[in-house]
Each structure stands twice: as structure tokens, then as C-alpha cells.
Design a protein around this ligand. Sequence first.
Ligand code: AMP
Length: 496
Amino acid sequence: MAESNIPFIQRAEKHLGRTAMVTANGSFTYDQLLEASSKTASRLLSGQKDLAGRRVAFLTPRGFDYPAIQWGIWRAGGIAVPLCEVHPPAELHHTISDCEASIVIGHSDFAEVLAPVAERNKIPFLLSEQLFAAGNQGLPHVGSERPALMLYTSGTTGKPKGVVLTHANLEAQITSLIEAWEWHQEDRILHVLPLHHTHGIVNVLCCALWAGAACHMLPRFDVTVVWQAFVEGKINLFMAVPTIYFKLIEAFRKSSPDQQKIMSQACKGLRLMVSGSAALPATAFQEWKAITGHELLERYGMTEIGMALSNPLRGRRRPGHVGMPLPGVEVRLVDDKGEPAASGSSGEIEVRGTSVFKEYWKRPGETKAAFRGQWFKTGDVAVIEDGSYRILGRQSTDIVKTGGYKVSALEIEEVLRTHPLVAEVAVVGKKDPQWGERVCAAVVLKVDATLSQDALRKWGKEMLAPYKVPSMVIFVKDLPRNPMGKVVKATVRNLF
Ligand code: AMP
């Protein structure tokens, strides 16, 4: 097998014989990952010396093929561009054409959708099943400053743009989490998250494979199968978004008391359960604790920066808070003028460090606008309380400017969620000539509950005194969410 300077490869060579992936198609060792990725790289190069940063878009079922192809692209000197399996052809076309992919790799399950998109872009479509049969050739030296991964993210506005992460960025993001959450080679994590997003790629898959641990990857998220995995005791780590925890809580509630006992007991075998990518309601934190004994470790991060803030692995985890800067990450809050916020005041989160991305692909203007010197402007607003950050929301969507006051939609949501008949809620600001913005709440009621807008507002008057009672409330069946389970506030706003 060819030698490599890519840290993942060098590290994997120290874990020969150990299980890397447990999937629906069986278990795979680090040896198999090295072999398959070397063959993938050779097939992609087909006699060339180096892909030299060419983009390779790929889509495979959730399993061994994913890291084998990702590493193969890296070993050939390319940039891996993972596609999203639930995206319609138009979205896939946007990603493939925007990143100017030179090849599209797809499993035969996706060939029907992907082959025409590749053809439209006049680039070859390779079946992933054929990659691992290639012979091995010499592979290039790939420096740590070279781009490794491009992830498409919507950011705040416009069409999704490509976030370019170098090998050095990835290494910084991964090693920070390895240190903070004490990853080790005996860890076994259950992977249920999408593979086109930083959470599933970096925090779960990359960290596991960096640590020499085993990544148990489910073919899809299935609440029963997740509970079953906890009960079987084969895993000791779990990371998910709040929506997934809501579903796990709901399934627990529907189980018999005997089953519940087994489920609760099983969770004691896990060493860590993490939540992030969206605000974890304090109610869910408490409920999960009551069910499993685990205080969910909430962290904050972003595609562009990896993870920035985290509650401690050891020590007090505060509901509604995201903790302190992770190792190697500098974080500060700035006011409207870009000056460091006064102590105790809220401000925009800015992040600096090796973990911060290189650029938005082919968007120098947007890249420049996203930075203040070396500090990346996240667009999220937070406040530090007792040494721990609390996220108030995205400046563009969650900070509602009403009657001259700035209020946090997340804080109002948190209060409304404590109403006994409310299951879920999303608060947005709607442009209004009198108020500037009017506070509006879309509310999902608990099954069979009835509640009038007036009754909720009356209740809110007292509860929300320090905040702002929503002047408009509508009752909806479901909140609109993206594939990551995050509420899409732009769509919520259109409901009013
Ligand atoms: P993404 O780049 O898709 O991971 O989205 C990043 C955004 O998710 C951040 O800019 C925040 O607005 C939000 N986010 C991530 N983690 C949290 C958290 N723990 N609490 C609140 N918002 C979060």
C-alpha cells in the first residue's frame, strides 16, 4: 500500500486489526479502510500524479463506503464534497456545478438521480462499487494547508455556499474535541446524523476514526433502533441534534413501565451524550436527565468553525448554556460597533483559531465580509453568565427588534415551552410599521390539547413580563425543519 502523510492514514496504520466501522453490511477494520481508500485514490488518479485540489462530489449509503471514499479523495489530493441524500436533483445540481466538480461518485442506489446531474455538468459519473477493485499506484504528498473538504451551508441568506476546510482546519477541529471529550480507542459511537453536515462528519465520524474508535453507523435514523442500540449496550457515546432527543423522549413515554426501566438502566452504560447544532430546550435537558440520568452536554459550533464552545465533560453542565471555549479556539463577544462587548452584555460571537475555515468557495467578497481581521463573525448573539456562554440566537432571525427593544426569540420560546399544553414553539419577528418588528409565535400543541391565542397570551403576560408577549400566535401542526432537524425560521415567518 502507498505511504501517506495524511494524519488520518498515519493514525489508522497504528490501529491495524481494530474495528473502524460497524454497519448494516458488517464490520470493517482500519486495514480495510486503508486498502479501500488507497484503491479509490488510485482509481481517481488513473495514472495522474495528483488531483491537485480538484473537487470530487460523492453520495453513498451510510456505511463503510463513505469514509473509504472520503479518505480516497484525500489520498489522491482532491477535495471531498459530500452530497445530501435527501436533496432533490436541482439542489444536487447546484452543489455539483457550484463546486465545479471534476467527477461525481455515487452508489448504484443513487445512480438514477446522480448520473443525469453529472451528464448535465459534463463530468464523469463513477459507480462507487467499482472503486475498490482498482490496483494501487503511487499517491501524492498532500500538505496540511491544502483544502480537504467542502461543505455546503446556507448561512444566513442566499443559495448554499461551499465552506472550504483544509486538512489543518480539520485536524484542529478534531483534536480539540478529542481532548475536550476525552475520545479514546475503546469508544464506540452510534452514528445517526446526516453525512453532508459538520456534526455527522467531523464530530462523530472523523473524531471516531481519528481516535481509533469504532463508529456504529445506522443506515438511517430510526428511533426504535437507537433505543435498541442503547439497550444492547454495544455503544458508549451518542451525539445528536435536539429534534432527535425529542423523538427519543417521545418513544420512551410511549413504552411500558417495564420497558422504560430497561431503557433507563441501559443509558447508564454510556459515558457521554452530546446535543448541538440547535438550541436544546431546558425542558428537554431536564426530561432527558430524568429518563437516563445523563445531563446532555450541549455544545455550540458552525460549519465554518467546527465546534467553538462546550459544556465541560467533567463539571457542571448548565441547561440553556453552551459552556466555554474549546481547546485551541479563541472566542469573544463584540458589540454593534465591533468593539469587545462590556462585561455582562450580549454581543456577537467571533471566533479565531486554526479550526476556522479557509474561505467560501469562489466568493471572495462574502469571505471578506465574514471576517473582522482574523476573527470570524458568526452572526450568533450570546451573553456570558457565571463564566458560561448562553446563546440568544442568530442576529438575523432570532434577535427581534420590537418597539426599540432587542429581544431574543430563543428566550421567549424557552418560556412558552413551559406552558403545559405547548409541545413546540418557534418565535420570529415580522416587519411591522408600528413596532419595527412584531413578535410572532408559531405553536404546536400537545396531542388532543386545545388552547386559544388569547388564553396563551394572557398566560404569557405574567410569565413573559421581562421579555415580550407575542402579539401574534398561530397554532400549527408541525414546524418546518431542514434535513438537520433545525427549524427554518424564514418559512415560519411566512406563516404570519
Ligand atoms: P451549521 O453550520 O449548520 O452547523 O449551523 C450553525 C448554527 O447553528 C450556528 O450559527 C447557530 O446559529 C446554531 N447552533 C449550533 N449549536 C447551537 C446551540 N448549541 N445552541 C443554539 N444554536 C446553535
